[in-house]
Design a protein around this ligand. Sequence first.
Ligand code: ADP
Ligand code: MG
Length: 494
Amino acid sequence: MGELIPIHPDVEAFLKREQKLLIGGQWAAAASGATFETLNPATGQPLTVCAAGDAEDIDRAVQAAQRAFPAWAALMPNQRERLLHRFADLMEAHKTELAQLEVLDNGKPWNAAYNVEVHVAINQMRYYAGFPTKLTGETYAISSPDFHVYSVRQPLGVCGAITPWNYSLVMAAQKIGPALAAGNTLILKPAEQTPLTAIRLAELALEAGIPEGVFNVVTGFGETAGAALTQHHGVAKIAFTGSTEVGKRIVGASAGNLKHVSLELGGKSPLIIFDDADIHAASQAALWAIFANSGQNCVAGSRLYVQRSIYDTVQSALAAAACALKVGYGLDTSTQLGPLISQTQLDRVLGYIEAGKRDGAALIAGGSRIGGDLAGGYFMQPTIFADAADDSLIAAEEIFGPVLTMFAFDNEEEVVQRANASRFGLAAGVYTNNLSRAHRLARTLNAGVVWINTYDWFDPAVPFGGMGESGYGRELGRQVMEMYTELKSVWVKL
Ligand code: ADP
Ligand code: MG
């Protein structure tokens, strides 16, 4: 055991309350009165009770967001900027509290919550806080002397954000920031497994002075609250991060009023290590590419391709390193990996492990649930498979857990072809010291992001998103502002 971080008194007080929805600046129970418990996945015990919003609450939230929209869109850009900066400042001031709530609700280790999750969310909020004063249109060199033609960027109206449980705050911030900066109003439907930091964010937004109805939070389930948001004709855009399966359903639901949709979905990302690479650095990267956040990561490097001459060396290094990882409670500072999010997720992941064994892959590390002191939570051993067939389930499907499948390859052409033989295209990594090869692969790999001699880096300035069934649209960067605005052309006869 390392040092155990004591729970902040404000977190204790927060958990004792019954959580509500924030609609139009008012805290309210669900119209139906329904509630649900959110659990601590490290213990399986309930943390607190939340309101289970459904279609009626979503409708109320859309109306509130519609009422708030004209004034918010008309607010001077420097005033919107000031409010968003204040929001980011309050997130910073309450960083410990937000990180602890996420550790309790999601299970992730303290360092990952405080120094990654909350830290990144604040940086994203600051990055987008600066955008209201930087939005511009264009003038056009048309082939006629009689006109002045220009464009303006205008907000879309009411937007909906639907977020997953693996990076609750980061996924929320990268939607709230650009949506509000562009002058839209927003309804956030957080994942039912991790609703708490969204509720705390809503309180901070109110405290920051963001006008009522501009930012609304409706907690509840995907099939009810989430689906109602995607179907509502008063919603102009849905920004979704989650599974490919639900992403497809959202595209269908969006057809009713042709709302804009951006989708960050699943992945089965390849990490490729060539024999000319720094093998130690590459093995370390491969370890964290898959096991960070216990593998519950859309960009998880879940397919590892290692050139045959160094395959055995990398395999033994990885197996030893995986077994040495410390799995445990998030508030224990020595913990490196937390639990999976739920019993359902644990069962899914264990099901894939059984499938891997059945299909004849070699289990070289882990493979089981962790019992003993950790038996109450959804803890799993970091797991590695070797010698799986390329078309087997564990080699092709997103497992979303701490399960790596590794393969040997012989040459560049072959590995590119195998890496690209996936319906997903979110991320890819390449370890090589051959400069030409690095750039060749960056060009040919089917992925929205390619990391060379590194893995899993993000910055608010750098666009992120997928190809194929990993989704469409990009988040982050300045380009995302185009996804939260309409471009209007204006013709003036001179
Ligand atoms: P995961 O499998 O990782 O939990 P999901 O795609 O199921 O990912 O969930 C991501 C988010 O999508 C959650 O907020 C969830 O409530 C929401 N969601 C699930 N089903 C639907 C749906 N049919 N319509 C809209 N949102 C949904
Ligand atoms: Mg929870």
